[in-house]
Design a protein around this ligand. Structure first.
Ligand code: MRU
Length: 357
């Protein structure tokens, strides 16, 4: 699988402009800290692990300009302010600072660049492991005589990470192993990451799928047409509450009401041990225009934005919601799947720390 973030032959950092997908695959070059910050803020790059990786490179590029303690701390604060909910951004920026501050200023830029490469390699390996564990949880849920029916919300695919994805990594792994599989893809209003990005990734990988309106998921679960739900995640609190794309909570409730397992796939770096519960997770409020308008391709092939609502109506646009831990069947991480409970999460973090040392 190709990487979402890569270096060209001149050592320049490139990624896809996700605001142009699925209609055009347009690479963008990230040359400085402000370019990385802009890409995160405008969602040219998105998805918790990818935001972390691009934030880290932003700090490494800042170190080429000013590698002083004060300069690096200021760049860390600017990059951290770009998007508030996904904790992977803070995790990656903290990791970079911790790696470079002990070095002499002259060595810091090179050290930061090398640390970014390690972080990206680890993200790819992590997600491959998540994919294997997720496939193991999903495979036995297939009912006789039909493909495994999995529903997903938003986009937790390869393009939301450095490589492989998290929730979709499990689906890619199942498909690669020849499992009969069909994916229900929530459109994921207001930005439609499901309809545009998840459908694009599944189509490219040849995984059978059907896009549904967000409001259809509950009905499908009641009809027995969903064997499992798997989503990605932007932050797991210490008690197992999870923040993910707005609308996730409703899917978890419907899954719980219908006895459908609800899995949350995430690397350990998405767990915020300092965050006691979901109420402490900051929820990003985005431009109401994302609710009142929608973007799509017109009959002449041009991508246009059209207005849905009457002129001047009020709109509110929270980008994430919190699903209480009691609705989560398991967190599927690179170290295997665990219950979404405080003791299980504490034990997982201890195991992960042990594996690192
Ligand atoms: O606002 P976005 O598109 O960055 O939100 C993305 C999600 O909510 C994903 O589910 C999450 O970041 C996990 S990505 C592997």
């Amino acid at each position: 699988m190709a990487r979402t973030l890569w270096l060209d032959e001149h050592g320049r950092l490139l990624t896809w402009d996700q605001t142009r997908l699925p209609f055009a695959s347009v690479p963008i070059t990230l040359t400085d800290e402000s370019g990385c910050a802009h890409a995160i803020r405008t969602m040219q790059v998105r998805g918790a692990p990818l935001i972390g990786a691009v934030g880290a490179y932003g700090l490494a590029l800042a170190a080429r300009v000013d590698a002083s303690d004060a300069g690096l701390r200021a760049a860390h604060a600017r990059l951290l302010a770009t998007r508030p909910t996904a904790v992977n951004l803070r995790w990656a920026l903290d990791r970079l600072l911790a790696a470079v501050l002990p070095k002499a200023p002259a060595d810091r830029a090179a050290c930061a660049w090398a640390e970014c490469a390690r972080l990206c390699d680890e993200d790819a390996a992590c997600n491959a492991a998540i994919g294997r564990h997720a496939a193991d949880r999903l495979r036995p849920l297939a009912r006789p005589g039909r493909p495994l029916q999995v529903l997903t919300h938003c986009n937790a695919g390869a393009i939301a990470t450095v490589e492989h994805g998290t929730a979709l990594a499990g689906l890619f792994a199942l498909a690669a192993a020849g499992a009969a599989l069909h994916v229900w893809v929530d459109e994921t209003r207001p930005r439609n990451q499901g309809a545009s990005l998840t459908a694009w990734e599944l189509k490219s990988a040849g995984v059978p799928h059907t896009v549904i309106a967000d409001n259809a998921a509950g009905l499908l679960m009641r009809q027995g047409q969903v064997d499992a739900v798997i989503v990605g995640c932007d932050r797991v609190a210490a008690n197992g509450d999870v923040a993910n794309k707005i609308g996730t909570y409703g899917k978890a409730l419907a899954a719980g009401d219908n006895g459908v397992p609800f899995f949350v796939a995430c690397p350990v770096s998405t767990i915020d041990a300092d965050c006691p519960d979901g109420a402490a997770i900051p929820i990003e409020l985005r431009d109401p225009r994302e609710v009142t308008h929608v973007r799509g391709r017109g009959p002449d092939g041009r991508v246009v934005e059209v207005q849905l609502t009457p002129d001047g109506v009020a709109a509110l646009n929270p980008a994430f919601d919190v699903t209480p831990a009691r609705w989560v069947s398991a967190l599927v991480t690179e170290h295997g799947s665990v219950d979404a409970t405080a003791p299980a999460i504490a034990a997982l973090l201890a195991r992960a720390a042990g594996a690192r040392s």
